[in-house]
Every structure is written in C-alpha cells, then in structure tokens.
Design a protein around this ligand. Structure first.
Ligand SMILES: [Zn+2]
Length: 906
C-alpha cells in the first residue's frame, strides 16, 4: 500500500528433540498429551495413531498451522514454504557450517555443557521442559577429613569455613565411600554420577549405613577443630555432594536447623553432643549483632526449617556480607579482610594445599530434558562448538546491531549484553531431526544453530520445488550441488559461467536467483518472540554478520510478547488454549486479528479475551452496515462545504496522520484505536449535529463515503476481509490491499472548523450541566457572545502575557484606548480579568488563540441554532453583547467573554 513489494514467507522448523519427545509420549500413552490432542485439538483416534511417528506428527501440525494462517489472511508466498529436514535445506546448512568452519569459527574442544544422561546429548533451551535455558555455575568443595577419608562439602562461601560448627548429611539418603581421583571420599550416591560426568576417575567401594556417619566427628581443614556430623533432613542428596558444612553464625538455614535439632534431642543421649554445638561469629557486619543469621531469622519471623522466608533471609545476608562484611580476628591471617577478598585468597591457599576443589552445577536445577530425565553438567570432550567468544566476530556482531532498528528500543541493551557474554556453544546433538555435521556425521546440528540464516533460503526455496531444474537435478543426491552454487547466488562470488558449468543449471536461472536475492535481501524486519533475544535473535545477528556482506545484514528486529488468554498464560492445565483455527471458526478471522493486536503495544504480552473479540466483531459488522447504507451510488451533492463538513474532513485528516504515524512505529494498538473507535465517535458527532433531516445542501453522503473509503484503506492491513467487503460494496474495483495508503488532503479551513466545533460542543456541555444542576426544563435558551471591545481587550491581554508585561502597565495601555476608556469600570474590570486568564493560560493555547485572532462566534452559534433546539427541545436565540436588538431580561450579556458565551435559561 505504500508502494513497496513485500515478501512474507513461511517455513517449518522440524529440527531437534521436541517432536521426538512428543511422539514418544504419545507412544507411551501419556494421558496428558492424549487429552490435549483429542480434547483441545479435536484429533481423532485413528489420526492419533499416525502421530506416533515424529515426522507424521510434524506434517499434521504443519498442515493445521498452514490452514490456520490462510484462514486468518496472512499474505504468505507459499511457493517458498519448506521444512528444515528437506534434503536441499540440509545441503544449505552444510554450506553454512562449512563456511563457518573455513572462517575458523567452529572449534573442537572440551567444555562443560548441560547434558541429558538418558539421551547422551547436550541440551539447550529448546530441549528442556518449559524451555528453560540451563545455567551452569561453579561451586567449591571444601574438604573436611577423618582418618584420611575426605568429606567434600559443596559451598559458594568457602571463607565461612572458619565458622563451621558441624556437617549435615541427610539421614534418609544413601552415602558411599568412593575413590575419587585416587582419594577416598564420602559423598551421596547421587553425587557419584555428577562427578563422573565431570571427568573424575571414580571407583565406588561401598555403601554406608547412615548411622556409621552420624554423630561422629570430622576435622575442619582450616581450624583443625573436631566437629560432629549431624542429621539434616533438608539436605538434598543430589545438590552438591550431599554433604554440607554448617555455619550457623552466618547462614540462616543452618541456624534454624540447629535450633530445631537442639529442641528435638534435648532429652536424648545425643543432646550432650548438641549442647557443645554453638554458632561461631567470624564476620563483622555493620548494623548487625555477632550472629547476623539470628538477626535475619528474627526480622523475617522464620518459624522453622521449612519456612520459605529462610530463602529471603539467606539471599539478603549472602549479599550484605559479601559486599560489606569484614573477617574477624578469629580468622587468622584473613582478619580485617573484606569478605570478597578473603574468599579469593582462601580459595587460592586451600587449592595449593589440596584442601579445596571446584564442582560445576546447574544453578537453576532441576532442569528436565524433554525425555523426562533430570539434566546435569557434563564435560564434553572433543565436541563441536560454535565459537561466539571470538573477539573479531563479536566486533562484527556489534557493528551489525548498531545499524539495526530494535523495537522496542529498550531491548538493545539485552542484545549488547548477550553479544558480549556469549562463549563457545555446543552446536550438535546425538539425537533429534536435522542436518548431520558435514565433517562428523555422528552428530546432528542442533535447533538453535540451523535456524539462524534460513531467511536467505526463502529466495532459494522457490527454485527448489519440483518444477525447477535445481530440484530435478539435485534433490535425490544433494551432494552433487556444490558450495559454488551458494557462493554465487547468495554471496555473489565466482562467475555465472563457471557455476553453470559445474552444476549444469542454465545461466539465466542462476542470474535470476542471484538478482532475486539482491532484490529482497536483507530482511527489513524480523518479528520474533521476546524471550529469543538472548539466544536465537542474537545468533541471527552473529551469523549474518560473518556470512554475508554488510549490505545484506539484517535491518531490524521486532520482539513480541506472549498471547495471554483472559489475563493468564495459555496452558493445558488451565484448559484455556484456543487453537488458531478454532478461534477463527468461533469469532471470525478479523476479530481474532484485531483482538490480538488491540490490547498491547510492542513487546508487551497481549491479552486476548472472548468478550473483546466479540465486540470487535460487532464493530466490524457495523462498518459493513455503513457500507451497505451508503451503497455504490455516487451521491450527487456538489454543494459548498459547510463548516461542519470541513470539520469532519479535518477529523479524517487527523486520523490518517496519527494512524500513519503510529503504524510507522508499529504502534498497532494506537492505530486500531484511531481507525476503529475514534473515527466512529467523530462520525456520530457529525450525524448528531446534522440531525436526521436531509436538507438540499446536505453533503453528508459524499463526506461519509469519503470517510469510509479512507478508513477502509487503513483497515486493510488490520482486518483485510472486512476491508475487502466494504471496498467492493461501496463500488470500488480491485482489491483494497492493492490500493494506495491514504494521504492527507488539503484542508485550509480545517483549523477554523475544529475551533468552531470545539466551541459548539463546549457550550452544549455547559448548558447540559446547568440544566442538570438546576433541574429546569427550559422553554427558551439564549446565548450571548462577547462584544467586539472584549475581543480587542482579550487579544491585547494575550499579547501582553506573551511579552510578560506588568499588569498595571497593561491596564494603563488598555484604558489608553479611547473607546474602551469610554466604557469605564466595565472595561477596566474585564481587562483585569483577561490579563489574569492570559497569564495562567498554557503557552501553546495562548499562542494558538493569538494566531486565530477574533473568532466570529455569533455566526458560529447562529448556524447551530437548529442543533441546539433539537438537543434541548426548546427555542434558542443567539445575540451578541451590545447589539441594538438584544433581548436580555436578566442582564446576562455583560457576563459573556471570548470563548465563553453567557447562557440564559427560562
Ligand atoms: Zn533426555
């Protein structure tokens, strides 16, 4: 509509584990997924059987989604449709990865990854339940000892080892003695698997009965103190090593556990041991007692070990002590050191003595693979990574981002952060659909690596369909399609002659593909989901910046929120999912489109509601009703436009201007508000002012047709089906989506018309309020507009306020005018009032009124007498103050002012 050819393509991403996991759940008879498919999606039993094959499931939903997209009216070029497991797409991804490899951006190395032990494969955000990005972090293992056996305790605060009073183990868990890298360790059964995945050499020697460990003592590696091992049912055996050091002076959890335990064992033999365990204070913290843990337990009113407030207390103390804590005298050489520095130093010193090690953990555990297995950290050796840590590549990505439009703009920071922060990222998986790594076919390229340059493939995919020579020649054996084909069509490298010779593809076609690519690429706006900023969308920038020349770098990204249903996230458990096609069947395509777009600005979650969709449906039907009423016949009316007609045209111009402006910035909600709602308000005012009666000079039909036609053009991108219907009903040829976007029309007298209508509406409201307040049913209403001398004084006052003239000087100036002086006190009083008003007026309004000069209010109101008589069902007179003929029984006329006529009722 704005004169550009726009390409909207669509493809289907089959890569990865989700389809695999979903069809497996179906094969396993998972009742939840069966219910979702049958109850929500209405899939029949026989079809369900077929969906047990992952590819069949993919095809089913691809078809369903495609039909939905057609029904809702997306103008997609379906010739370019493809899936990421099409053989020629795989060939394209091979080229993509070969190219990255040649640029040195693929590395082979040993790095920690999040891992599913069941699939024996790395996992990323797309492979986990609930799409959780696994977060790998490091904790410390401080090694307590007893008779040469190590009790490694996992902690984030190794400097608190000075304050350890006891260890905790879970009395219900299984513990083992194992030789770990040559050293005998006591850890939980669960910790063994974790340690193995981090390349520790492990031989498990035997399992313990927990009684063998409890109430015995171990030695603190720093202080040498003998401390007891106590039962802590809160210890999670799969967190860390299942052995935990207890620092009750500075850890609220430990303090509370100790308090609970002392109560519990008060009257038993173990009570003797408990009596000796007292919190030790090792960190000084301004504003706290010796035992900050106890302070916070009091502050948060923690009741017992299971109180959720313990977590808040822990967080607060952790951060306060880290930033402001000072090590006390009982910490030896660390005495007087800030906590942060003490932590660094003690880690170095203990490492030298072999008393501390590190352990990698998933900080946001539990992270669950789509196959249902809990993920852990695995050190993957000789695995393939994309090296997003390459400094030169980061520079290119930043350069690309700096030139892009990001909507909403506040997301730019997150992109910058991600580009800086990304490091090596595993790019292959052992399981799932997709393209094999070209040089190591035992691995499949994963979903967030094969989906970042597919936009360029939309140009190729049109030629990769069965009518085209490329498909016929290479679809069966894609290995014969050389890299030179992609280098020429996408990068412009090599010559058409040599590529034609190598491939046997006619030059005409090769040149055609190349020029089509140059015509459409780069992508002007990529619309995607808000939560993909830190992965997919950042990768998209990275890969384009290194693969393509600068002029084909992406130009912009738009991030959208979720669609909520009546305020909550759509979820199976809430039974509030409406599949697209069902939504369309229920509300119609256009109400769904507008209903989704009308409730949020860019980047926010939209909130779909059935009530809103239904009311939008009625409003759209109302527009079709207007079209039916206006019909195709051109109204003959060519008579002179009235002030009111000009006002309506002015409102339309305003709507065009603001809606265009809003859509230019993709503020769709604002545009809908103007096009769908505000214009209706204006039309109803216009009709109300005109009344039902038709007069000879009535331009109504012509004006309203003009409004509807212009509005229909603006409605076309939002509600295309409705817009086409209206377009054809009012007698236009062709499609409105191919018509031009409306432009503002010349309307010199618009501002004067706006002023006149504003005045008329204000007086209507004022009169209504007086009637309401007094309860009068009037027989007659009289309006008195201000005398000319008042206008003179008023404008002088505006000017004086503009020039910041002193009030006294202004009054002198006014009274210097012979005519005004002759009016005496009335003029002086009014001048004083006018200057006061002018001084208090907003600058913009004052300047506008000065520019407008004297408004012929008498003419405006005289023209509206009919209207007021209809509205108030009584006779209405209009006079100007000071006129010879004025009928003013109560002397109201002298109260009139410019922009504020006096009102008299009887
Ligand atoms: Zn798994």
């Amino acid at each position: 509509m704005k004169g550009y050819n726009t390409l909207f393509p669509m493809g289907f991403h089959y890569t990865g584990t989700p389809l695999f996991a979903m069809s497996k759940r179906l094969r396993d008879g998972d009742p939840e997924i069966i219910e979702t498919f049958t109850k929500i999606y209405g899939i029949s039993e026989t079809t369900l059987e077929k969906l047990k094959d992952p590819k069949a499931m993919a095809s089913y939903f691809r078809e369903d989604i495609r039909k939905g997209m057609m029904k809702i009216g997306f103008s997609i070029d379906w010739r370019r449709e493809f899936t990421t497991i099409d053989s020629l797409y795989s060939r394209y991804i091979e080229w993509h990865f070969q190219t990255l490899n040649q640029k040195g951006l693929i590395t082979k190395g040993t790095h920690p990854v999040a891992w599913c032990p069941n699939d024996k494969s790395p996992v990323g955000v797309v492979d986990t339940m609930g799409d959780v990005e696994p977060d790998i972090g490091e904790s410390y293992l401080v090694k307590f000892q007893k008779n040469g056996v190590v009790y490694p305790t996992s902690t984030l605060r190794p400097e608190t080892v000075f304050g350890v009073t006891n260890l905790w183990i879970n009395p219900e868990a299984a513990y083992v003695r194992a030789i770990v890298d040559g050293e005998p360790w006591v850890v939980s059964q669960e910790a063994i698997e974790k340690l193995q995945h981090q390349n520790r050499k492990i031989t498990v020697e035997r399992e313990f009965q927990v009684v063998e460990l409890l109430w015995k003592t171990v030695r603190n590696p720093v202080t040498g103190d003998e401390i007891p091992v106590l039962p802590g049912s809160f210890v999670e055996p799969d967190n860390g090593t299942g052995v935990v050091m207890s620092v009750p002076g500075h850890a609220p959890y430990d303090y509370q556990a100790l308090t609970d335990l002392k109560k519990r064992y008060a009257n038993s033999p173990e009570g003797q041991i408990m009596l000796r365990v007292e919190p030790v204070s090792i960190i000084r913290l301004e504003g706290f007692s010796d035992l900050p843990a106890a302070d916070l337990i009091g502050k948060f009113k923690v009741k017992d070990q299971n109180d959720p407030h313990l977590e808040h207390a822990t967080q607060e103390l952790y951060s306060k002590e880290f930033h402001d804590g000072i090590m006390k005298q009982n910490t030896g050489s660390y005495s007087g050191m800030p906590v942060a520095r003490a932590r660094e130093t003690i880690v170095q010193e203990l490492a030298k003595e072999g008393k501390i090690e590190t352990l990698l953990e998933l900080r946001n555990a539990p992270v669950v693979c789509r196959c249902g297995t809990k993920c852990l950290v695995h050190i993957l050796e000789n695995q393939w990574f994309i090296n997003y840590g390459d400094p030169e590549w980061k520079k290119l990505a930043h350069k690309c981002l700096d030139q892009m439009a990001i909507l909403p703009e506040e997301l730019r920071g997150e992109f910058n952060y991600t580009i800086d922060w990304l490091r090596e990222r595993a790019c292959a998986r052992a399981v799932g659909l997709g393209t094999k790594l070209p040089w190591d076919k035992s691995w499949t390229i994963e979903a967030l690596s094969d989906s970042v340059v597919y936009m360029a493939y939309y140009i190729l995919s049109k030629y990769f369909t069965k009518d085209w020579v490329v498909f016929k020649k290479f679809e069966k054996d894609t290995s014969k399609l050389p890299d030179a084909f992609f280098n020429f069509t996408l990068l412009g490298e090599g010559t058409v002659d040599s590529v034609a010779k190598q491939t046997g593809i006619p030059k005409r076609i090769l040149n055609g593909i190349r020029s089509e690519f140059q015509y459409f690429y780069p992508v002007d706006m990529r619309h995607s989901a808000r939560e993909l900023v830190s992965n997919h969308l950042s990768f998209y920038i990275f890969h384009h910046s290194t693969l393509f020349p600068e002029k084909q770098w992406p130009k912009g990204i738009v991030a959208n929120g979720f669609v909520l249903m009546e305020g909550s996230k759509m979820s199976k458990s809430l039974q509030n999912i409406i599949p697209l096609r069902q939504g369309i069947a229920k509300f119609g395509a256009d109400p769904v489109r507008v209903g989704v777009m009308a409730t949020a600005e860019l980047g926010q979650d939209v909130d779909f509601s059935e009530g809103l969709a239904a009311s939008i449906g009625e409003r759209l039907a109302g527009l079709i009703g207007q079209a039916r009423k206006l019909g195709v016949k051109k109204t003959a009316g060519k008579s002179k436009l009235s002030m009111l007609d000009r006002w309506m045209i002015s409102r339309l111009n305003y709507a065009v201007q603001t809606a265009t402006n809003a859509l230019d910035r993709l503020r769709v909600r604002e545009a809908i508000n103007i096009i769908l709602y505000q214009l209706d308000n204006d039309i109803s005012w216009y009709n109300r002012r005109l009344g039902l009666k038709k007069t000879k000079s009535d331009n109504r039909g012509r004006i309203l047709r003009n409004v509807l036609e212009t509005r229909t053009r603006m409605l076309a991108p939002l509600a295309p089906h409705t817009a086409e219907e209206i377009w054809s009903r009012i007698g236009n040829k062709g499609f409105v989506v191919q018509a031009d976007w409306p432009e503002e029309t010349e309307n010199e007298k618009g501002p004067a018309a706006d002023r006149a209508e504003a005045l008329i509406r204000q007086v209507l409201d004022d009169t209504g309020e007086i009637l309401k307040a007094t309860g009068i049913t009037p027989k007659r209403i009289a309006y008195y507009t201000a005398a000319d001398w008042k206008w003179q004084a008023y404008l002088k006052a505006l000017k004086a306020a503009e020039e910041k003239m002193r009030q006294g000087d202004f009054i002198k100036d006014v009274m210097g005018d012979l005519h005004l002086r002759s009016l005496g006190k009335a003029a002086a009083d009014y001048a004083a009032k006018a200057i006061q008003q002018a001084n208090q007026m907003p600058d913009e309004m004052r300047q506008a009124r000065l520019r407008d000069g004297i408004t012929d209010e008498n003419a405006i109101f005289a023209d509206s007498v009919d209207f007021y008589q209809r509205e108030f069902k009584c006779s209405v007179n209009v006079w100007k103050e000071g006129d010879q003929s004025v009928n003013d029984p109560k002397g109201r006329a002298r109260m009139s002012e410019p922009y504020r006529p006096a009102i008299y009722l009887e």
